[in-house]
Ligand binder design. Structure first.
Ligand code: GLN
Length: 492
Protein backbone atom coordinates (compact mmCIF):
# COMPACT_ATOMS: atom_id res chain seq x y z
CA UNK A 1 0.00 0.00 0.00
CA UNK A 2 1.29 3.44 -0.91
CA UNK A 3 2.07 5.84 1.91
CA UNK A 4 -0.95 8.05 2.46
CA UNK A 5 0.81 11.24 1.41
CA UNK A 6 1.75 9.78 -1.96
CA UNK A 7 -1.88 9.16 -2.80
CA UNK A 8 -4.16 11.52 -4.67
CA UNK A 9 -7.17 13.09 -2.98
CA UNK A 10 -9.48 10.75 -4.84
CA UNK A 11 -7.51 7.69 -3.67
CA UNK A 12 -7.60 8.92 -0.10
CA UNK A 13 -11.34 9.54 -0.34
CA UNK A 14 -11.88 5.97 -1.57
CA UNK A 15 -9.65 4.53 1.15
CA UNK A 16 -11.79 6.32 3.71
CA UNK A 17 -15.09 5.18 2.17
CA UNK A 18 -13.95 1.53 2.00
CA UNK A 19 -12.84 1.62 5.62
CA UNK A 20 -9.18 1.05 4.78
CA UNK A 21 -8.39 4.21 6.73
CA UNK A 22 -10.29 6.32 9.21
CA UNK A 23 -10.58 10.07 8.75
CA UNK A 24 -8.77 10.39 12.06
CA UNK A 25 -5.80 8.39 10.74
CA UNK A 26 -5.66 10.56 7.64
CA UNK A 27 -5.90 13.79 9.63
CA UNK A 28 -3.22 12.67 12.06
CA UNK A 29 -0.97 11.58 9.22
CA UNK A 30 -1.37 14.98 7.54
CA UNK A 31 -0.44 16.73 10.79
CA UNK A 32 2.58 14.44 11.20
CA UNK A 33 3.69 15.22 7.66
CA UNK A 34 3.42 18.95 8.34
CA UNK A 35 5.42 18.50 11.55
CA UNK A 36 8.09 16.54 9.65
CA UNK A 37 8.61 18.78 6.63
CA UNK A 38 7.13 22.21 7.17
CA UNK A 39 9.84 23.54 9.46
CA UNK A 40 12.11 23.51 6.43
CA UNK A 41 9.43 24.49 3.85
CA UNK A 42 7.35 27.15 5.57
CA UNK A 43 4.16 26.49 3.59
CA UNK A 44 1.72 27.04 6.48
CA UNK A 45 0.95 30.16 8.48
CA UNK A 46 -1.68 28.42 10.63
CA UNK A 47 -2.23 24.70 11.13
CA UNK A 48 -5.84 23.93 12.07
CA UNK A 49 -5.12 20.75 14.02
CA UNK A 50 -8.04 20.86 16.45
CA UNK A 51 -10.87 21.76 14.12
CA UNK A 52 -9.56 19.23 11.59
CA UNK A 53 -9.43 16.42 14.15
CA UNK A 54 -12.98 17.33 15.24
CA UNK A 55 -14.12 17.17 11.61
CA UNK A 56 -12.41 13.80 11.22
CA UNK A 57 -14.06 12.39 14.35
CA UNK A 58 -17.44 13.53 13.05
CA UNK A 59 -16.81 11.88 9.68
CA UNK A 60 -15.74 8.63 11.32
CA UNK A 61 -18.95 8.64 13.37
CA UNK A 62 -21.07 9.26 10.31
CA UNK A 63 -19.34 6.51 8.36
CA UNK A 64 -19.92 4.13 11.26
CA UNK A 65 -23.60 5.07 11.30
CA UNK A 66 -23.87 4.65 7.52
CA UNK A 67 -24.73 8.34 7.26
CA UNK A 68 -24.15 10.49 4.16
CA UNK A 69 -20.59 11.62 3.44
CA UNK A 70 -19.47 14.43 1.15
CA UNK A 71 -17.42 13.94 -2.01
CA UNK A 72 -14.21 15.14 -0.32
CA UNK A 73 -14.63 13.17 2.91
CA UNK A 74 -11.22 12.12 4.21
CA UNK A 75 -9.32 14.53 1.92
CA UNK A 76 -6.99 17.08 3.57
CA UNK A 77 -7.11 20.50 1.91
CA UNK A 78 -4.81 23.49 2.46
CA UNK A 79 -6.33 26.96 2.05
CA UNK A 80 -4.53 30.15 1.04
CA UNK A 81 -4.52 32.66 3.87
CA UNK A 82 -6.44 35.30 1.92
CA UNK A 83 -9.62 33.20 2.13
CA UNK A 84 -11.71 33.92 5.22
CA UNK A 85 -12.04 31.13 7.78
CA UNK A 86 -14.50 31.82 10.58
CA UNK A 87 -12.72 32.32 13.90
CA UNK A 88 -9.32 31.41 12.41
CA UNK A 89 -6.82 34.20 11.75
CA UNK A 90 -6.78 35.19 8.07
CA UNK A 91 -3.81 37.45 7.37
CA UNK A 92 -3.56 37.74 3.57
CA UNK A 93 0.18 37.63 4.29
CA UNK A 94 0.05 41.14 5.79
CA UNK A 95 1.12 42.46 9.19
CA UNK A 96 -1.92 44.71 8.93
CA UNK A 97 -4.24 41.69 9.30
CA UNK A 98 -2.02 39.75 11.72
CA UNK A 99 -4.87 39.43 14.23
CA UNK A 100 -7.95 39.38 11.99
CA UNK A 101 -10.16 36.40 12.79
CA UNK A 102 -13.14 36.87 10.47
CA UNK A 103 -16.66 36.28 11.78
CA UNK A 104 -17.57 34.35 8.63
CA UNK A 105 -16.02 31.93 6.15
CA UNK A 106 -15.51 32.38 2.42
CA UNK A 107 -18.15 30.63 0.29
CA UNK A 108 -15.45 28.28 -1.09
CA UNK A 109 -14.49 27.31 2.48
CA UNK A 110 -18.15 26.66 3.33
CA UNK A 111 -18.42 24.49 0.22
CA UNK A 112 -15.30 22.54 1.20
CA UNK A 113 -16.76 21.95 4.65
CA UNK A 114 -20.12 20.91 3.19
CA UNK A 115 -18.24 18.37 1.03
CA UNK A 116 -16.43 17.06 4.14
CA UNK A 117 -12.93 18.15 3.10
CA UNK A 118 -10.56 18.11 6.10
CA UNK A 119 -9.25 21.67 6.36
CA UNK A 120 -5.62 21.36 7.37
CA UNK A 121 -4.63 24.99 7.63
CA UNK A 122 -3.85 28.33 6.04
CA UNK A 123 -0.98 28.78 3.63
CA UNK A 124 1.60 31.48 3.09
CA UNK A 125 1.37 34.03 0.29
CA UNK A 126 2.79 37.30 -0.95
CA UNK A 127 1.17 40.15 0.98
CA UNK A 128 -2.36 40.69 -0.41
CA UNK A 129 -1.42 38.21 -3.18
CA UNK A 130 0.88 40.76 -4.80
CA UNK A 131 3.92 38.94 -6.06
CA UNK A 132 5.26 35.90 -7.87
CA UNK A 133 7.61 34.37 -5.32
CA UNK A 134 5.97 34.48 -1.84
CA UNK A 135 8.99 36.60 -0.83
CA UNK A 136 6.61 39.48 -0.06
CA UNK A 137 4.90 37.65 2.81
CA UNK A 138 5.13 39.67 6.03
CA UNK A 139 5.56 36.46 8.04
CA UNK A 140 7.85 33.85 6.62
CA UNK A 141 9.76 32.43 3.75
CA UNK A 142 8.34 29.45 1.83
CA UNK A 143 10.89 27.41 -0.09
CA UNK A 144 10.48 25.33 -3.21
CA UNK A 145 10.19 21.68 -2.09
CA UNK A 146 12.40 20.67 -5.03
CA UNK A 147 15.28 22.95 -4.03
CA UNK A 148 15.61 25.06 -0.90
CA UNK A 149 17.49 27.93 -2.60
CA UNK A 150 14.63 28.52 -5.04
CA UNK A 151 11.30 30.27 -4.61
CA UNK A 152 8.09 28.22 -4.77
CA UNK A 153 6.51 30.89 -6.99
CA UNK A 154 3.64 33.04 -5.87
CA UNK A 155 1.53 34.40 -4.71
CA UNK A 156 -0.04 31.03 -3.75
CA UNK A 157 3.44 29.65 -2.95
CA UNK A 158 2.35 28.08 0.34
CA UNK A 159 -0.51 26.16 -1.28
CA UNK A 160 1.71 24.89 -4.12
CA UNK A 161 4.50 23.84 -1.72
CA UNK A 162 2.00 22.08 0.57
CA UNK A 163 0.67 20.04 -2.35
CA UNK A 164 4.07 19.31 -3.90
CA UNK A 165 5.50 18.10 -0.58
CA UNK A 166 2.55 15.82 0.14
CA UNK A 167 1.21 17.68 3.16
CA UNK A 168 -2.18 17.90 1.46
CA UNK A 169 -3.16 16.34 -1.88
CA UNK A 170 -5.11 19.48 -2.84
CA UNK A 171 -5.24 23.15 -1.97
CA UNK A 172 -6.98 26.41 -2.78
CA UNK A 173 -5.14 29.42 -4.10
CA UNK A 174 -6.22 32.66 -5.70
CA UNK A 175 -5.42 34.21 -9.05
CA UNK A 176 -5.21 37.76 -10.24
CA UNK A 177 -2.43 37.36 -12.81
CA UNK A 178 -1.10 33.82 -12.44
CA UNK A 179 -0.86 33.20 -8.71
CA UNK A 180 -2.16 29.62 -8.93
CA UNK A 181 -0.63 28.52 -12.24
CA UNK A 182 2.87 29.94 -11.75
CA UNK A 183 3.53 28.37 -8.30
CA UNK A 184 1.92 25.14 -9.54
CA UNK A 185 4.41 25.15 -12.44
CA UNK A 186 7.37 25.94 -10.15
CA UNK A 187 6.48 23.21 -7.65
CA UNK A 188 5.38 20.50 -10.09
CA UNK A 189 1.64 20.69 -9.37
CA UNK A 190 -1.51 21.13 -11.43
CA UNK A 191 -3.20 24.52 -11.03
CA UNK A 192 -6.34 26.04 -12.49
CA UNK A 193 -7.46 29.62 -13.05
CA UNK A 194 -11.15 29.19 -13.81
CA UNK A 195 -13.40 31.35 -15.99
CA UNK A 196 -14.13 34.75 -14.44
CA UNK A 197 -17.44 34.24 -12.63
CA UNK A 198 -17.08 30.47 -12.19
CA UNK A 199 -16.22 30.54 -8.46
CA UNK A 200 -17.49 32.81 -5.69
CA UNK A 201 -15.00 35.33 -4.28
CA UNK A 202 -17.16 36.05 -1.23
CA UNK A 203 -14.63 35.98 1.61
CA UNK A 204 -11.58 36.31 -0.65
CA UNK A 205 -9.53 39.38 0.38
CA UNK A 206 -9.93 41.51 -2.75
CA UNK A 207 -6.88 42.49 -4.79
CA UNK A 208 -8.15 43.52 -8.26
CA UNK A 209 -11.82 42.73 -8.57
CA UNK A 210 -12.08 42.57 -12.36
CA UNK A 211 -9.33 39.90 -12.37
CA UNK A 212 -9.53 37.94 -9.08
CA UNK A 213 -10.61 34.28 -9.05
CA UNK A 214 -10.17 31.45 -6.58
CA UNK A 215 -8.36 28.44 -8.08
CA UNK A 216 -7.71 24.81 -7.10
CA UNK A 217 -4.31 23.05 -7.01
CA UNK A 218 -3.47 19.35 -6.80
CA UNK A 219 -0.96 16.76 -7.97
CA UNK A 220 -3.35 15.26 -10.52
CA UNK A 221 -5.72 16.74 -13.07
CA UNK A 222 -8.47 14.53 -11.65
CA UNK A 223 -8.11 16.01 -8.17
CA UNK A 224 -8.22 19.56 -9.51
CA UNK A 225 -11.36 18.73 -11.52
CA UNK A 226 -13.01 17.26 -8.41
CA UNK A 227 -12.13 20.29 -6.30
CA UNK A 228 -13.51 22.64 -8.95
CA UNK A 229 -16.77 20.67 -9.07
CA UNK A 230 -17.17 21.16 -5.32
CA UNK A 231 -16.46 24.90 -5.18
CA UNK A 232 -17.82 26.17 -8.54
CA UNK A 233 -21.22 27.69 -9.17
CA UNK A 234 -23.35 30.74 -8.63
CA UNK A 235 -23.40 32.41 -5.21
CA UNK A 236 -25.91 35.12 -4.29
CA UNK A 237 -23.23 36.63 -2.00
CA UNK A 238 -20.98 37.34 -5.02
CA UNK A 239 -22.81 39.08 -7.86
CA UNK A 240 -19.87 38.47 -10.23
CA UNK A 241 -20.67 34.73 -10.24
CA UNK A 242 -22.66 33.47 -13.20
CA UNK A 243 -25.55 31.02 -13.07
CA UNK A 244 -23.91 28.63 -15.50
CA UNK A 245 -24.40 24.91 -14.80
CA UNK A 246 -21.43 23.10 -13.25
CA UNK A 247 -20.69 20.14 -15.52
CA UNK A 248 -19.50 16.74 -14.39
CA UNK A 249 -15.82 17.57 -14.89
CA UNK A 250 -14.71 14.05 -13.97
CA UNK A 251 -16.43 12.79 -17.08
CA UNK A 252 -14.05 14.82 -19.25
CA UNK A 253 -10.94 13.09 -17.95
CA UNK A 254 -11.26 10.01 -20.13
CA UNK A 255 -12.38 11.79 -23.29
CA UNK A 256 -8.91 12.16 -24.83
CA UNK A 257 -7.87 14.77 -27.36
CA UNK A 258 -9.35 13.43 -30.60
CA UNK A 259 -10.57 16.27 -32.77
CA UNK A 260 -9.55 19.05 -30.39
CA UNK A 261 -8.01 21.97 -32.28
CA UNK A 262 -4.86 23.13 -30.49
CA UNK A 263 -2.63 26.10 -31.31
CA UNK A 264 0.65 27.34 -29.87
CA UNK A 265 0.64 31.09 -30.61
CA UNK A 266 4.06 32.47 -31.52
CA UNK A 267 3.44 35.50 -29.27
CA UNK A 268 3.36 33.20 -26.23
CA UNK A 269 6.79 31.79 -27.03
CA UNK A 270 8.73 35.02 -27.18
CA UNK A 271 11.51 35.40 -24.63
CA UNK A 272 10.96 31.89 -23.30
CA UNK A 273 13.83 29.69 -22.03
CA UNK A 274 14.48 27.17 -24.86
CA UNK A 275 14.25 24.26 -22.40
CA UNK A 276 10.66 25.26 -21.65
CA UNK A 277 9.79 25.83 -25.32
CA UNK A 278 11.04 22.33 -26.06
CA UNK A 279 8.68 20.89 -23.43
CA UNK A 280 5.83 22.78 -24.99
CA UNK A 281 6.61 21.43 -28.40
CA UNK A 282 6.67 17.99 -26.82
CA UNK A 283 3.25 18.66 -25.25
CA UNK A 284 1.84 19.78 -28.61
CA UNK A 285 3.18 16.60 -30.27
CA UNK A 286 1.63 14.53 -27.49
CA UNK A 287 -1.79 16.07 -28.08
CA UNK A 288 -1.40 15.68 -31.86
CA UNK A 289 -0.49 12.00 -31.42
CA UNK A 290 -3.64 11.64 -29.32
CA UNK A 291 -5.69 12.95 -32.25
CA UNK A 292 -5.69 16.72 -31.77
CA UNK A 293 -5.52 18.95 -34.83
CA UNK A 294 -2.71 21.52 -34.75
CA UNK A 295 -3.74 25.03 -35.83
CA UNK A 296 -2.00 28.39 -36.25
CA UNK A 297 -3.41 31.45 -34.52
CA UNK A 298 -2.15 34.96 -33.78
CA UNK A 299 -2.56 37.20 -30.75
CA UNK A 300 -1.39 40.52 -32.24
CA UNK A 301 -1.81 42.63 -29.09
CA UNK A 302 -0.24 40.18 -26.66
CA UNK A 303 2.91 42.25 -26.16
CA UNK A 304 0.73 44.92 -24.48
CA UNK A 305 -0.74 42.52 -21.90
CA UNK A 306 1.98 42.89 -19.26
CA UNK A 307 1.76 46.70 -19.17
CA UNK A 308 -2.04 46.59 -19.34
CA UNK A 309 -2.20 44.31 -16.32
CA UNK A 310 0.30 46.36 -14.33
CA UNK A 311 -1.92 49.42 -14.72
CA UNK A 312 -5.32 47.80 -14.14
CA UNK A 313 -4.32 45.53 -11.23
CA UNK A 314 -2.66 48.30 -9.15
CA UNK A 315 -5.48 50.74 -9.98
CA UNK A 316 -8.09 48.34 -8.62
CA UNK A 317 -5.84 47.42 -5.69
CA UNK A 318 -5.43 51.07 -4.69
CA UNK A 319 -9.20 51.28 -4.36
CA UNK A 320 -9.73 47.86 -2.70
CA UNK A 321 -7.00 48.44 -0.12
CA UNK A 322 -8.54 51.71 1.09
CA UNK A 323 -10.52 49.69 3.66
CA UNK A 324 -7.35 48.80 5.59
CA UNK A 325 -7.30 51.99 7.57
CA UNK A 326 -7.29 50.88 11.20
CA UNK A 327 -11.00 51.69 11.51
CA UNK A 328 -12.81 49.32 9.19
CA UNK A 329 -9.99 46.78 9.06
CA UNK A 330 -6.42 46.46 10.19
CA UNK A 331 -4.23 46.61 13.27
CA UNK A 332 -4.65 50.23 14.41
CA UNK A 333 -1.52 52.19 15.23
CA UNK A 334 -1.81 55.06 17.70
CA UNK A 335 -1.98 58.49 16.10
CA UNK A 336 -2.66 60.64 19.11
CA UNK A 337 -5.90 62.58 18.62
CA UNK A 338 -5.26 63.02 14.95
CA UNK A 339 -7.25 60.78 12.54
CA UNK A 340 -5.03 61.42 9.54
CA UNK A 341 -1.94 60.65 11.58
CA UNK A 342 -3.58 57.41 12.74
CA UNK A 343 -4.21 56.43 9.08
CA UNK A 344 -0.65 57.34 8.21
CA UNK A 345 0.81 55.25 11.00
CA UNK A 346 -1.53 52.30 10.44
CA UNK A 347 -0.94 52.08 6.70
CA UNK A 348 2.69 53.19 6.85
CA UNK A 349 3.64 50.46 9.30
CA UNK A 350 1.13 47.84 8.27
CA UNK A 351 1.82 47.57 4.52
CA UNK A 352 5.04 46.17 3.09
CA UNK A 353 7.01 47.88 0.31
CA UNK A 354 5.47 45.99 -2.63
CA UNK A 355 1.92 46.78 -1.50
CA UNK A 356 2.85 50.45 -1.09
CA UNK A 357 4.35 50.45 -4.58
CA UNK A 358 1.11 49.06 -6.03
CA UNK A 359 -1.03 51.59 -4.16
CA UNK A 360 1.14 54.43 -5.43
CA UNK A 361 1.17 53.20 -9.04
CA UNK A 362 -2.58 52.59 -8.94
CA UNK A 363 -3.41 55.93 -7.38
CA UNK A 364 -1.23 57.69 -9.95
CA UNK A 365 -2.83 55.82 -12.86
CA UNK A 366 -6.29 56.88 -11.67
CA UNK A 367 -5.50 60.48 -10.80
CA UNK A 368 -7.01 63.38 -12.71
CA UNK A 369 -4.80 64.27 -15.64
CA UNK A 370 -3.35 60.76 -15.92
CA UNK A 371 -6.43 58.56 -15.94
CA UNK A 372 -6.79 58.89 -19.73
CA UNK A 373 -3.18 58.15 -20.48
CA UNK A 374 -2.94 55.14 -18.16
CA UNK A 375 -6.13 53.58 -16.81
CA UNK A 376 -8.43 54.26 -19.76
CA UNK A 377 -5.71 53.38 -22.24
CA UNK A 378 -5.22 50.08 -20.40
CA UNK A 379 -8.96 49.40 -20.64
CA UNK A 380 -8.80 49.95 -24.41
CA UNK A 381 -5.88 47.52 -24.72
CA UNK A 382 -7.77 45.02 -22.59
CA UNK A 383 -10.62 45.17 -25.11
CA UNK A 384 -8.20 44.57 -28.00
CA UNK A 385 -6.79 41.56 -26.16
CA UNK A 386 -10.30 40.21 -25.64
CA UNK A 387 -10.89 40.51 -29.37
CA UNK A 388 -7.59 38.73 -30.10
CA UNK A 389 -8.57 35.80 -27.91
CA UNK A 390 -12.14 35.66 -29.23
CA UNK A 391 -10.75 35.48 -32.77
CA UNK A 392 -8.14 32.86 -31.83
CA UNK A 393 -10.86 30.73 -30.25
CA UNK A 394 -12.82 30.60 -33.52
CA UNK A 395 -9.84 28.73 -34.99
CA UNK A 396 -8.69 26.70 -31.99
CA UNK A 397 -10.33 25.09 -28.95
CA UNK A 398 -7.17 25.25 -26.86
CA UNK A 399 -4.12 27.49 -26.75
CA UNK A 400 -0.91 25.95 -25.48
CA UNK A 401 2.14 27.73 -24.09
CA UNK A 402 4.72 27.45 -21.33
CA UNK A 403 3.22 28.60 -18.01
CA UNK A 404 6.28 30.72 -17.21
CA UNK A 405 9.08 32.19 -19.32
CA UNK A 406 11.76 30.52 -17.15
CA UNK A 407 12.44 27.85 -14.51
CA UNK A 408 12.01 28.63 -10.78
CA UNK A 409 14.35 31.44 -9.72
CA UNK A 410 16.48 31.94 -6.62
CA UNK A 411 15.57 33.93 -3.51
CA UNK A 412 16.56 37.55 -3.98
CA UNK A 413 17.09 37.15 -7.72
CA UNK A 414 14.11 39.32 -8.67
CA UNK A 415 12.89 40.83 -5.41
CA UNK A 416 15.06 43.94 -5.78
CA UNK A 417 13.88 44.50 -9.35
CA UNK A 418 10.08 44.86 -9.56
CA UNK A 419 10.07 44.90 -13.36
CA UNK A 420 11.93 41.58 -13.56
CA UNK A 421 9.41 40.12 -11.10
CA UNK A 422 6.46 41.49 -13.09
CA UNK A 423 7.86 40.19 -16.39
CA UNK A 424 7.65 36.69 -14.95
CA UNK A 425 3.84 36.90 -15.25
CA UNK A 426 3.80 37.67 -18.99
CA UNK A 427 2.34 34.31 -20.03
CA UNK A 428 -0.20 33.85 -17.26
CA UNK A 429 -1.82 37.27 -16.88
CA UNK A 430 -3.42 37.39 -20.37
CA UNK A 431 -5.97 34.74 -19.27
CA UNK A 432 -6.95 36.93 -16.30
CA UNK A 433 -7.28 40.04 -18.46
CA UNK A 434 -9.63 38.30 -20.89
CA UNK A 435 -11.40 36.12 -18.31
CA UNK A 436 -10.77 32.71 -19.92
CA UNK A 437 -9.95 29.53 -17.97
CA UNK A 438 -6.34 28.27 -17.94
CA UNK A 439 -4.66 25.18 -16.53
CA UNK A 440 -0.99 24.55 -15.75
CA UNK A 441 0.09 20.92 -15.95
CA UNK A 442 3.54 19.47 -15.15
CA UNK A 443 5.53 18.52 -18.24
CA UNK A 444 8.42 16.69 -16.59
CA UNK A 445 11.61 18.32 -15.41
CA UNK A 446 14.49 20.29 -16.82
CA UNK A 447 17.77 20.29 -14.91
CA UNK A 448 15.95 18.63 -12.01
CA UNK A 449 13.30 21.37 -11.82
CA UNK A 450 9.62 21.14 -12.69
CA UNK A 451 8.35 22.54 -15.99
CA UNK A 452 4.73 23.61 -16.42
CA UNK A 453 2.76 23.92 -19.64
CA UNK A 454 -0.38 25.98 -19.85
CA UNK A 455 -3.63 25.35 -21.69
CA UNK A 456 -6.27 28.05 -22.21
CA UNK A 457 -9.84 27.57 -23.44
CA UNK A 458 -13.00 29.53 -24.17
CA UNK A 459 -15.00 30.71 -21.15
CA UNK A 460 -16.78 27.86 -19.29
CA UNK A 461 -14.71 25.21 -21.09
CA UNK A 462 -12.74 24.01 -18.06
CA UNK A 463 -13.83 20.51 -19.12
CA UNK A 464 -11.70 20.76 -22.29
CA UNK A 465 -8.71 21.83 -20.19
CA UNK A 466 -9.10 18.73 -18.02
CA UNK A 467 -9.53 16.53 -21.09
CA UNK A 468 -6.28 17.70 -22.69
CA UNK A 469 -4.58 18.06 -19.29
CA UNK A 470 -5.23 14.39 -18.58
CA UNK A 471 -3.64 13.40 -21.91
CA UNK A 472 -0.54 15.40 -20.93
CA UNK A 473 -0.51 13.89 -17.44
CA UNK A 474 -0.71 10.39 -18.95
CA UNK A 475 2.30 11.25 -21.10
CA UNK A 476 4.55 13.20 -18.71
CA UNK A 477 3.35 11.59 -15.48
CA UNK A 478 1.98 13.35 -12.40
CA UNK A 479 4.80 14.65 -10.23
CA UNK A 480 5.22 12.43 -7.15
CA UNK A 481 5.29 14.36 -3.87
CA UNK A 482 8.79 15.34 -2.77
CA UNK A 483 10.39 15.21 0.65
CA UNK A 484 12.59 18.29 0.95
CA UNK A 485 16.26 17.55 1.15
CA UNK A 486 15.83 14.07 -0.27
CA UNK A 487 17.46 13.44 -3.64
CA UNK A 488 15.05 11.96 -6.07
CA UNK A 489 16.15 8.85 -7.94
CA UNK A 490 16.61 9.27 -11.66
CA UNK A 491 17.05 13.04 -11.67
CA UNK A 492 20.17 15.12 -11.88
N1 GLN B 1 2.27 38.15 -9.83
C1 GLN B 1 1.10 38.90 -10.17
C2 GLN B 1 1.05 40.19 -9.35
O1 GLN B 1 1.88 40.34 -8.51
C3 GLN B 1 -0.13 38.08 -9.99
C4 GLN B 1 -0.53 37.95 -8.58
C5 GLN B 1 -1.79 37.15 -8.43
O2 GLN B 1 -2.22 36.45 -9.35
N2 GLN B 1 -2.41 37.28 -7.29
O3 GLN B 1 0.19 41.00 -9.55
Amino acid sequence: MALWWQESGQELHRSFLTGERSAREIAQAALARVAAVDTSLGAFLTVMAEPMLAQAADQDRRREAGGPLGRLAGVPVAVKDNLATRGVVTTAGSALLANWAPPYSATVVERLLAADALILGKTNLDEFAMGSSTEHSAFRKTVNPHRADLVPGGSSGGSAAAVAAGMAPVALGSETGGSVRQPAAYCGAVGLKPTYGRISRYGLVAFASSLDQVGPLGRTVGDVAELLAVIAGVDPADPSTVDEPVPDYGEHLARGATGLRVAMPAELREGVDPALSARCADALRTLATAGAVVKEVRLPHLAAALATYYVIAPAEASSNLARFDGVRYGVRQPGGDDLVEMYRQTRGRGFGPEVKRRIMIGTYALSAGYVDAFYLQAQRLRRLLEEDFARAFTEADLLLSPTTPSLPFAFGEKSADPLAMYANDALTLPANLVGVPALSVPAGKSGGLPVGVQLMARPWQEGLLFQAGQVLEDHFGAMPPVTPGEREPGHD
